[in-house]
Design a protein around this ligand. Structure first.
Ligand code: ATP
Ligand code: MG
Length: 288
């Protein structure tokens, strides 16, 4: 599943899910990149060999909608949807940003790597928390739990606010933390109207040409966030979620026979279909 050849654009980079292009000739909108969301799916830091049809479109539709919901808080990198025919619906022309080398994560609930850390030291990324919390507990208030951006194949690592301040300066770090928490608060409020809990979310910011902080990448998709159905929310157990749960469950089942080290196996059809439906359901519930 290589990046498509697109007229007028030169491929420059492929992450696990997105392909980035730069204009082959000066672009009327200036310093831009084309961000194309593929149907690739990753789990446990591996890109799987089987795509989820329509996933790139869902991610793009959701991101565009969220950028609008957040527009009064932070500018987004989106410039236009004037993209090559082959990628219509799953590509955006964006301002090219100098991305900060930090994933800005906000958590309102405890699960995943947050819960693991909490159990080790009653804190997440240096933020102390009260005793007695467990799987899917709602936190007293949302917290900023940044992670370092890993190279492809590596695991993103939780870091403290102090570590972000060391890298980017204290003022910048505080700015990103405040922005992340404001965006999370808005997202939680908006998603609640659709009966969805945003347990946590990962944001990526960059500097625009004028030195302004801009929200980049994708936002508040099932890939970057944990969405839980609000009805049936019950702390103390793992929540069902609108994401890769089927994929993760299957990959870790004996049926897949996967050791988490060698290249992952192809997904069976029913796992692909059910995952596709989960992504679509999340988008339909939110965007309507
Ligand atoms: P990594 O982020 O480490 O490359 P990834 O697998 O998460 O891994 P993808 O999300 O698939 O990568 O690729 C998107 C890449 O494009 C990310 O590196 C992201 O930081 C970068 N990116 C997103 N928006 C912009 C932008 N406006 N300008 C420059 N880079 C961007
Ligand atoms: Mg990414």
């Amino acid at each position: 599943m290589t990046a498509p050849v697109l007229p007028g654009w030169e491929h420059v980079y492929s992450g696990k899910v997105r392909d980035l292009y730069r204009p082959a000739a000066p672009h009327p909108d200036g310093d831009v990149v084309l961000v194309v969301a593929s149907d690739r799916i990753s789990a446990y830091d591996h890109v799987l060999p089987t795509p989820i049809p329509g996933k790139g479109e869902v991610l793009t539709r959701l991101s565009l909608w969220w950028f609008e919901q957040l527009a009064d808080i932070v500018p987004s990198h989106v410039v236009s949807l004037d993209v090559p025919d082959a990628v219509v619906g799953r590509a955006m022309v964006c301002r090219r940003l100098e991305m900060f080398p930090v994933e800005c994560v906000a958590r309102g609930y405890l699960t995943g790597s947050g819960l693991v850390e909490y159990r080790e030291g009653q804190a997440v990324c240096g933020v102390p928390l009260p005793p007695g919390l467990g799987e899917a507990s709602r936190l007293p208030e949302p917290i900023f739990t940044p992670a370092s951006k890993a190279e492809i194949g590596d695991h993103d690592e939780n870091i403290t606010f102090e570590a972000v301040a060391e890298r980017l300066g204290r003022e910048r770090a505080a700015g990103l933390r405040d922005l992340t928490l404001r965006i999370y608060a808005r997202a939680a409020e908006v998603a609640a109207r659709s009966g969805i809990i945003v347990a946590d979310t990962k944001l990526e910011f960059g500097l625009g040409p004028g030195g302004d902080v801009v929200l980049g990448d994708e936002v508040l998709t099932p890939d970057s966030s944990r969405f839980w159905p609000a009805d049936g929310y019950a702390p103390g157990r793992v929540q069902p979620s609108f994401d890769k749960q089927f994929v993760r469950d299957w990959l870790t089942s004996p049926e897949s026979g996967w050791d988490r080290v060698s290249p992952p196996p192809a997904l069976p059809d029913d796992v692909v279909q059910r995952t596709r439906e989960r992504y679509l359901e999340a988008a339909d519930r939110l965007v309507g």
